[in-house]
Ligand binder design. Sequence first.
Ligand SMILES: NC(=O)C1=CN([C@@H]2O[C@H](COP(=O)(O)OP(=O)(O)OC[C@H]3O[C@@H](n4cnc5c(N)ncnc54)[C@H](OP(=O)(O)O)[C@@H]3O)[C@@H](O)[C@H]2O)C=CC1
Ligand SMILES: Nc1nc2c(ncn2[C@@H]2O[C@H](COP(=O)(O)O)[C@@H](O)[C@H]2O)c(=O)[nH]1
Length: 485
Amino acid sequence: MRFLTQPTTDLTYNDVFMVPSRSSVASRHDVDLTSTDSLATPLPLVVANMTAVSGRRMAETVARRGAVAIIPQDLPTDVVGQAVARVKAAHVVFDTPVRVARTTTVGETLSLIPKRSHGLAVVVDDDGCPVGVVRPDQAAGADRFAQAHEVMSTDLVTVATTTPPREIFELLTASHQDVAVALHDDGTMAGVMTPRGALRAGIYSPAVDAAGRLRVGAAVGINGDVAGRAEQLLEACVDVLVVDTAHGHQEKMLDALAAVRDVRDRVAAATGTRVPVVAGNVVTAAGTHDLVDAGADVVKVGVGPGAMCTTRMQTGVGRPQFSAVLECAEAARADGRAVWADGGVRHPRDIALALAAGAGSVMIGSWFAGTHESTGDLLSDAQGRSYKESFGMASARAVRNRTRSSTGYDRGLASLFEEGISSSRMYLDPERPGVEDLLDFITSGVRSSCTYAGARDLTEFARLAVVGVQSSSGYEEGRPLHTSW
Ligand SMILES: NC(=O)C1=CN([C@@H]2O[C@H](COP(=O)(O)OP(=O)(O)OC[C@H]3O[C@@H](n4cnc5c(N)ncnc54)[C@H](OP(=O)(O)O)[C@@H]3O)[C@@H](O)[C@H]2O)C=CC1
Ligand SMILES: Nc1nc2c(ncn2[C@@H]2O[C@H](COP(=O)(O)O)[C@@H](O)[C@H]2O)c(=O)[nH]1
């Protein structure tokens, strides 16, 4: 990346723009978005280890499209193990729908439907074979205690798991149906595919492990039995370990990271599978080098840019994220490593700019909180707008949860140090209510950014991008107007 003119201050994503360059890339479909970190995921996107955001539904949905989610550090390892097992058991092409039994009540079925973006629930019999589909409009007039089989439609489109997505798309559009149910040879349900899902299956590749299963990561903090937790997570088959704390450039972190690296190396020697270790957060070259020296394969960058973050206002500490990523990416590259740009992403352009600055992948939290697949329940405000509740991992709410096994006195002490928002509303975008809708939005933007720069992949993009510094009115000029002025 080069600047049009050398900046004299540190910069946020909003402070910068890219200019187009002469390009020989004829189509946005010709751009390869494989991440340039050691994970080499098909998409350079990571879902942040935030309790309000990242769980098994999020993990399997994004992995099917090529990204990876990190399960938060505040969950007990047996719970993480169950989530990882569910992700690993999920089909890599067909989506996992909401599944109910014939006898599930209509009330419960309707409450479960928003947990996925398909807008329906598949009814299965005792053997796991699909027998019908319930959509909210079919159940609208029914008693809440009626059972799913009483309101379901039995007009099912079924396909074999080997049916190509394009064929499924054509089958569904010709029959005016909204979903196909894929069956295993024994008639049990493998998953579902919508027409939109069929299009996605044609353009995205799943992020898979050596055994062809969906990939998922998990986080560890720096307190307690860090090595023990890392070992249990590796036994649970996580594909990436994230050692995460607010102040990543502290000696306690370097010790914790070295302990995690040693466990990982021991497991790698025994199993032949070397799981990458990510560590953060830092915002300087010095912090990056120290984390690499202590064992990080990838360094996580960002102090204070997150949407749930109060660190900068509380402490004055942090750094504008574009400059932090740029400096840390250069330092990591010199050490033969990569960085993740963590936090502060609100538009596809921010991801493109982070990648232009040299990030191997970009981590997103709050934006994805406002989707069907995030962990929270779907709520409605007084105007009927759908939202999910989100909160920061250093908020009083998260600290209370993290310290639940400590003494009252220690919990009281910990609660004095909150650096995050305990409750915020992340509204679902009616145009893009599912995380896959956001992935479509992001990847189309980033593919386009690459072609403007003349780049066929993200290594080229980070080399060829030409970046300028803009005033706040320059940024404002680029914002679309939804009403006239
Ligand atoms: N990217 C960012 O800007 C930030 C991210 N977060 C996120 O919040 C989550 C919780 O992280 P964290 O608060 O570190 O909790 P952890 O549970 O990981 O504990 C942090 C440990 O580091 C010690 N510590 C020393 N200095 C600091 C400091 N300035 N800030 C915080 N801890 C410090 C604490 O000791 P003691 O309590 O005794 O001081 C404690 O032992 C993580 O997911 C993290 O990514 C939190 C804040 C900023
Ligand atoms: N200072 C704080 N930072 C937090 C907190 N919870 C999470 N985070 C950081 O934000 C990113 C995600 O950023 P987003 O803009 O996409 O939401 C996450 O990965 C953490 O590094 C917090 O309570 N305080």
